[in-house]
Design a protein around this ligand. Structure first.
Ligand code: PLP
Length: 478
């Protein structure tokens, strides 16, 4: 049995995988984590690395879904989620193709070939299948509330919009999103999808969601942000796919460099490694909002109000998934995790050192980190274009910048490409680059969209105003 418990539950009451898919935060404010991390044998690993993506994704998911989903059900789901209709540019079952940069050991693994041109499609497409399956099975419906800094919202809406049992409302900030991201979301309105634009920043959106979901009236709403375990467990598979395409030979260690915000993506890499994939270091790349960098360098988790940057999907003041790593670092101890997180919310800072963990512990156990900036993004985008990387987006550029600072020690470094350049054309212009022709053609309908604003309802940072809209859109089903 594969079971889950909250990072903060002192009784460690377990729930099934199914319950993690349809739930959000645990009632005690913690996050659900698997009770045990599956361990692959060498032979199982060798087999996984030979599989085409949809089979690989089904097998990896099966380790975490336990009895909740059969392997054949999962195969049906991944065949749909990673089909040619949804990832049209795949070739030979390679959904996340890798390319190597000239004269380096650095590779780019493209995770962004899905419908909304960001890596969030990878998990969201599968999550949608899983939600629909469990809701059908139970004869249930689910209303979802979420917040986005730009990419989560459209990926969730694109994946969930045609499901008969799900309705979704997404808050997005007026400040920070690119015009393309806004057009993309505005365009997805309808079919049970409501977009709500908040006159504020991403943090305001996230706080509103938390506040409203804490109320009796709305606490049953579902979640699609990366605290949902189904998303993390869907992301583990592409680390295997990246390794299979990049390692010089079976068993060689590689590094992954991950453009990070809420720490969902990098956490999935940590689980892949814990299962037995030969990853040496997971390197966290941040932009100017360097909360994670400080954590990985000094063991201090300190909230810092976010500034708006040209890699906006990484503009965070705290990283919601970090709690899962903290739980692991604290020896899977819910009491210590609770104390750490309570200290963090009381004083906006907590130190691993206060829990007996040396300040440099993370660097000696397979993590590292680096910071990028606007100037470095621009410089790196230019460099990539003339060194076999093509035109990359600013988030990927943050990772590539950090990768280029690492010692040249013969170990392959795989940078995750988390969005396509088309989403961020003003930054491309600053680097003197143009949207690649294929991307331009594919997304022309968004680049020239006349009336984007009609797709949004607008509110101030006001929980009551939000509740009022939710009462309207989430009324009883007829
Ligand atoms: C969401 C996002 C990130 C950050 O990923 P996390 O899992 O939150 O760390 C990085 N880049 C892009 C383009 C994103 O959309």
């Amino acid at each position: 049995m594969t079971e889950y418990a909250s990072t903060r539950d002192l009784n460690q009451k377990t729930i099934s995988y199914e319950e993690t898919v349809l739930g959000g935060l645990a009632p005690d404010g913690g996050l659900y984590v698997p009770y045990q991390i599956p361990q692959l044998t060498t032979e199982e690993l060798r087999q996984l690395l030979k599989m085409e993506y949809s089979e690989l994704a089904a097998r990896v998911k099966k380790f975490f879904a336990g009895d909740s989903l059969s392997i054949n059900t999962l195969r049906d789901m991944t065949a749909k989620a990673y089909s040619k209709e949804i990832f049209p540019e795949q070739a030979g079952g390679i959904v996340t193709p890798v390319r190597k940069l000239v004269g380096t050991d650095i590779c780019l693994q493209n995770l962004s070939l899905g419908p909304t041109a960001a890596f969030k499609d990878m998990a969201m497409q599968l999550l949608a299948q899983e939600m629909e399956y469990f809701l059908n099975l139970r004869g249930r419906y689910l209303d979802i509330l979420g917040a986005t800094s730009g990419d989560t919202g459209s990926a969730a809406e694109a994946a969930l919009k045609n499901l008969s049992r799900v309705r979704i409302a997404i808050l997005s900030p007026l400040i920070g999103m690119s015009d393309f991201q806004r057009a993309q979301m505005g365009n997805l309105t309808g079919d049970g999808v409501t977009n709500i634009s908040v006159d504020g920043r991403f943090d305001d959106c996230q706080d509103l969601v938390k506040e409203v979901m804490a109320s009796e009236e709305f606490h049953r709403l579902g979640a699609v942000n990366s605290i949902n375990w189904a998303r993390i467990s869907a992301q583990i598979a592409y680390y295997f796919a990246g390794y299979a395409q990049s390692a010089n030979k079976f068993g060689d260690s590689v590094d992954f460099v991950v453009p990070s915000g809420n720490f969902g993506n990098a956490l999935a890499g940590h689980y892949a490694r814990a299962m037995g994939l030969p990853i040496r270091n997971i390197i966290i790349a941040t932009n100017e909002n360097d909360v994670l960098h400080r954590f990985f360098q000094e063991g201090i988790y300190q909230e810092k109000s976010a500034i708006v940057t040209s890699s906006p999907s990484m503009d965070i003041s705290k990283a919601s998934n970090l709690e899962r790593l903290i739980y692991i670092l604290l020896g899977n101890d819910p009491l210590k995790t609770r104390q750490f997180m309570e200290q963090f919310s009381r004083s906006e800072a907590a130190r691993l050192g206060d829990y007996g963990i040396p300040d440099n512990h993370l660097q000696t156990t397979g993590f590292n980190s680096g910071v990028s900036s606007h100037a470095k993004r621009i410089e790196t985008m230019k460099w990539a274009a003339s060194n076999g990387g093509g035109v990359i987006d600013p988030h990927t550029a943050d990772a590539l910048h950090v990768a280029r600072q690492l010692p040249d020690d013969g170990v392959i470094k795989i940078c995750l490409e988390t969005a396509l350049a088309v989403k961020f054309s003003p930054t491309l212009e600053k680097a003197g680059l143009e949207i690649p022709l294929l991307q331009h053609q594919r997304f022309a309908y968004l680049l020239n969209q006349p009336d984007v604003e009609a797709g949004f309802r607008k509110i101030a940072v006001d929980a009551e105003a939000l509740k009022e809209i939710l009462r309207q859109i989430f009324t009883m089903r007829t």
